[in-house]
Design a protein around this ligand. Structure first.
Ligand code: SF4
Length: 284
């Protein structure tokens, strides 16, 4: 209840994003956060509205830039739990450079991609997650490009936590977000979130028929990166659950020498007159 506010989402009825909003709110409450302990940073797209729909600190950023802002927030106040959220276009097109480097940097942030495999806000164009052959207004003869597979991308650039879920599975998604929040490092959670208005191919039924929960795969070990990669490739990137976690790798914050526990926002960073005079003398 704590994380609900009185803003009514203006997503289309049936949009998968509703469940992601609910899962974040439940997960935050389940891990014992208060609204003042959480910051949700979003990009642009239908998904970008999410930062205004949760009762906590929120920042609706610019297209593809949720992760630089989220990392800045975390640097400024390490005590905050920081969740970045955005669509597949936001994270894997204009924001792709930030996504790759944020994953390998491994700051203690949870990144939730609301993956509907299309651009919804601009009324239905092909995204980097659209399958080859996908017909939209921008690809009337079918997309001739191959699509990005988030799990494999993250594993290939050194991710320490990779999960994938489906917005219909509210319980499973909530649990994965809780685990992502608790993970010491960067957690990527890609969520299949159907766009009921513009994507008539990757529907709820389509996902139900095609996704493969890793719990159903005999001998699956989420600590085996090679196995995670080969399993994702085997099932066309449609595996769900906790796909990979590395608990040995320390987060960025723990590795920066002199990086104080106390966030910058709480430190007195004013220069003394003596230090100021020294600096002026140095640059004179
Ligand atoms: Fe959701 Fe698609 Fe509607 Fe956007 S256009 S709110 S993604 S259903």
């Amino acid at each position: 209840k704590e994380f609900r506010n009185n803003v009514k989402p203006n997503w289309c009825p049936g949009c998968g994003d509703f469940s992601i909003q609910a899962a974040i709110q439940r997960a935050a409450a389940n891990v014992g956060l208060e609204p003042e302990n959480l910051a949700v940073i979003s990009g642009i797209g239908c998904s970008g509205r999410i930062s205004g729909y949760i009762n906590c600190y929120g920042f609706h950023g610019i297209h593809g830039r949720s992760l630089p802002i989220a990392q800045g927030v975390k640097m400024a106040n390490r005590e905050l739990t920081v969740i970045a959220a955005g669509g597949d276009g936001d994270g894997f097109a204009i924001g792709m450079g930030h996504t790759v480097h944020a994953i390998r940097r491994n700051m203690n942030i949870t990144y939730i991609v609301m993956d509907n495999q299309i651009y919804g806000l601009t009324k239905g164009q092909t995204s980097p997650r659209s399958a080859t052959g996908f017909v939209t207004k921008s690809t009337p003869q079918g997309s001739i490009e191959s699509s990005i597979t988030p799990v494999e991308l993250a594993l290939s650039v050194g991710a320490t936590f990779v999960a994938q879920s489906f917005s219909s599975d509210l319980k499973g998604l909530t649990e994965l977000i809780e685990r992502g929040i608790k993970h010491e490092g960067f957690s990527l959670i890609n969520v299949f979130s159907p766009c009921v208005t513009y994507n008539k191919v990757n529907t709820y039924d389509w996902f139900k028929e095609n996704i493969v929960p890793v719990e159903t795969i005999e001998g699956y070990d989420p600590h085996d990166r090679i196995k995670a990669m080969s399993t994702s490739m085997k099932y066309n990137g449609l595996i769900t659950g906790l796909i990979y976690q590395n608990t040995e790798q320390k987060p960025y914050e723990a590795l920066v020498k002199g990086f104080k526990e106390e966030g910058l926002a709480k430190q007195d960073i004013r220069l003394s007159q003596e230090d100021f005079d020294k600096l002026v003398a140095e640059f004179a």
